[in-house]
Design a protein around this ligand. Structure first.
Ligand SMILES: NC(=O)C1=CN([C@@H]2O[C@H](COP(=O)(O)OP(=O)(O)OC[C@H]3O[C@@H](n4cnc5c(N)ncnc54)[C@H](O)[C@@H]3O)[C@@H](O)[C@H]2O)[C@@H](O)CC1
Ligand SMILES: Nc1ncnc2c1ncn2[C@@H]1O[C@H](COP(=O)(O)OP(=O)(O)OP(=O)(O)O)[C@@H](O)[C@H]1O
Ligand SMILES: [Mg+2]
Length: 363
């Protein structure tokens, strides 16, 4: 194991490139990074990117997208030049995969979610993900965290089932959970520190069609650098995303940003419905909890519809589309109400109304 050499940001960057895998994934190292990052100026924003849209099944040309090009012809030629990017008809996706509230069902049939995360510093992120899963419609939401975090998370909400079973350095444990989930074909959404773990140990998700990675701008940059050995290129963004999925082998990736862009290595889809101009922390956590629920519903929907295998849409893609739209709708409603003071808790409160507006519950 190597140690970071002092608090100089340059030394840290150098150190980052040469760190040992175990040290890189250790919580102590992450703590030091947080401290060091706070000494650095914020990195410049990446240039804005926009994706063209073409029509297709579940997907439709976008009319309201603030990021889409105004000219249809530019869109079409751009689409022909490389990977076509479809603007999802996300409302149709939500409507189709959300199961009816069937009185004959029992607890658990609408979904059971396990969130693995939560430690001394971060208790908000696992809470946001787990409570969002419940608010979207899962029946049970478990959080597996460290002892330090358990009482705190429990005190946020009695709805959550909290298990204080993780050790402070829990990378090995999480790796095992991911391996078991894969053997059992259980969809796994990998976000936040999980992305840090898999970027340094790609074998954990390689070839897993049930893995969904949800990187933000920095997490995506790190993945591209590690897997493709180059920097993010906005001019070939769709091709690069497709290649990234293919290189990792069968995973689905949702690249979060102004538009959430989703690929499974075959198609590229985006959701660009405007949400909110507030960029408060925690919105990605809402997204990961929502995507987990919608993916589970999408699998049931696809399996019960008996379509020939070659015609089936990837349920991981549908889950990402639905989760993205719901978060964006809820963020928009929360911003209408709370404006500059909008925080993640306000957005969570609007998940129910957002789903109800698209897909009313029947009595
Ligand atoms: N309330 C909570 O408890 C929350 C906890 N969160 C957790 O916070 C942790 C960190 O999440 P983030 O999304 O902020 O992590 P990131 O690693 O994406 O970024 C952390 C910060 O470091 C800076 N940074 C990243 N890479 C850098 C680089 N190469 N050079 C210079 N600066 C760089 C960025 O400015 C960023 O704001 C995760 O464990 C996440 O789950 C977040 O989900 C937000 C909410
Ligand atoms: N530039 C942007 N414009 C509009 N919406 C955005 C933009 N960036 C992110 N979002 C919205 O916020 C959601 C979460 O993305 P974000 O990049 O904040 O994730 P994150 O950093 O992982 O969040 P968290 O703070 O929970 O860790 C996206 O799905 C999208 O809806
Ligand atoms: Mg995040």
């Amino acid at each position: 194991m190597s140690q970071p050499t002092g608090a100089c940001p340059h030394a840290w960057r150098h150190q980052q490139q040469h760190r040992g895998r175990m040290w890189a994934t250790s919580r102590a190292f992450r703590r030091q990074l947080v401290l060091l990052r706070s000494l650095l100026p914020s990195p410049p924003s990446p240039p804005p990117y926009s994706f063209p849209s073409v029509a297709g099944r579940f997907f439709a040309p976008s009319c309201s997208s603030p990021s889409s090009t105004p000219s249809g012809s530019i869109r079409a030629s751009h689409a022909m030049a490389g990977s076509a990017v479809y603007e999802a008809d996300a409302e149709a996706v939500v409507r189709r995969i959300t199961p009816p509230l069937d009185r004959s069902r029992h607890k658990g049939q609408a979904g059971k979610i396990a969130v693995i995360g939560g430690c001394r510093e971060y208790t908000g992120a696992p809470y946001f993900a787990a409570i969002s899963a419940l608010k979207v419609g899962a029946d049970l939401s478990h959080v597996f965290c460290t002892k330090d975090a358990a009482t705190v998370i429990k005190s946020y909400s009695p709805e959550l089932i909290v298990h204080p079973i993780l050790e402070e350095s829990y990378s090995d444990c999480v790796s095992n959970i991911m391996k078991h989930a894969r053997q059992a074909n259980i969809p796994t959404v990998v976000d936040g520190d999980g992305l840090f773990l898999i970027t340094n140990n790609l074998g954990l998700v390689e070839g897993n069609p049930f893995a969904i990675l949800t990187p933000n701008v920095y997490e995506y940059k790190r993945l591209v650098q590690k897997v493709l050995n180059c920097d993010v290129n906005e001019e070939t963004a769709a091709e690069q995303l497709t290649l990234l999925c293919q290189k990792i082998g069968g995973v689905t990736i949702m690249r979060k940003g102004k538009a959430d862009v989703i690929s499974d290595g075959k198609t590229v889809t985006q959701v660009s419905t405007f949400g909110s101009p507030r960029r408060c922390g925690g919105q990605g956590d809402i997204l990961s909890g929502s995507v987990a629920v919608f993916t589970s519903w999408a699998r049931h929907f696809i399996m019960s519809n008996e379509e020939p295998k070659e015609k089936r849409v990837n349920p991981m893609t549908l889950g990402c589309i639905a989760g993205s739209l719901l978060l964006r709708k809820a963020a928009s409603l929360a911003f209408e109400k709370s404006k500059r003071s909008t925080v993640t808790t306000d957005i969570i409160e609007f998940l129910g109304k957002s789903l109800e507006d698209i897909c009313p519950a029947e009595h």
